[in-house]
Design a protein around this ligand. Structure first.
Ligand code: IPE
Ligand code: IPE
Ligand code: MG
Length: 230
């Protein structure tokens, strides 16, 4: 009998291990990031094919600015290239495109490339591809509460859900952390209240469709209770 896979609505990925993946190959860290972009493309395509409705990726954290400037520059260049090239293809594929994080700290040309694809994708109805850039969960919660306070609105759960960067999206059913690490590193602190955590030892650049199927298989065996009884 074929096994029943429960397809989650939203999977969020903490992409990690690019640097270690490259180091093992005696290559510079930025080569790991480049191959990480290829993995992201494979994972988006696999999730779309499998019927996942929303995918999120942690690409740059509010803490990653403490890395050496040449690595930051390489990451920013890759983000711009991804927006200019790959994301145009996503627009044509009817994907919805979103970003989360404090984007204003990114270079102007990066921001305008992101805004361009985000607005070109307006009206699209397919899978939501949400990318975290200069994203931190604490920063997001503080910004959301600040927005509510400035608008004179009550700070309650419902209003916070509408003020966070993922407003209108579902909370992630699954949060994936790879490269053997078992922490959130400031990712989706608000949204992860009832997410299922899946830990994968592989480095991010090795992710492919089979990795995604394995994650969904593990999720399918989980019992979610949301505080109630089964
Ligand atoms: C994840 O890979 C990508 C980003 C954080 C931008 P890392 O760059 O953290 O790779 P490791 O963890 O050092 O191997
Ligand atoms: C988390 O990875 C951030 C992103 C994937 C963008 P890090 O490599 O920055 O996390 P730590 O430092 O190992 O916790
Ligand atoms: Mg890392």
């Amino acid at each position: 009998m074929a096994e029943e896979l429960k397809i989650p609505t939203h999977i969020a990925f903490i992409m990690d291990g690019n640097g270690r993946w490259a180091k093992r190959r005696l290559m510079p860290r930025k080569y790991g990031h480049k191959m990480g972009v290829e993995a992201l493309k494979r994972v988006v395509a696999a999730c779309d094919e499998l019927g996942v409705k929303e995918v999120s990726f942690y690409a740059l954290s509010t803490e990653n600015w403490s890395r050496p400037q040449d690595e930051i520059d390489a990451l920013l260049a890759m983000i711009k290239k991804f927006a200019d090239e790959e994301m145009q293809d996503y627009v044509n594929k009817n994907y919805r495109i979103r970003f989360m994080g404090e984007l204003h700290r990114l270079p102007k040309e990066t921001m305008s490339a992101l805004e361009k694809v985000e607005s070109a994708a307006k009206g699209n109805t397919g899978i939501v591809v949400n990318i975290g850039l200069n994203y931190g969960g604490r920063d997001e919660i503080v910004r959301a509460a600040g927005k509510l306070a400035a608008a004179g609105k009550e700070i309650n759960i419902e209003n916070m859900n509408s003020a966070i960067d993922t407003a209108g999206m579902h909370d992630p059913d699954i949060i994936v952390r790879c490269a053997g690490e078992k922490r959130l590193s400031n990712f989706m602190l608000w949204q992860s209240a009832y997410s299922e955590f899946v830990f994968i030892d592989d480095f991010w650049p090795d992710f492919d469709k089979d990795t995604v199927i394995g994650i969904i298989r593990e999720f399918s065996g989980r019992e979610r209770r949301f505080g109630g009884l089964k």
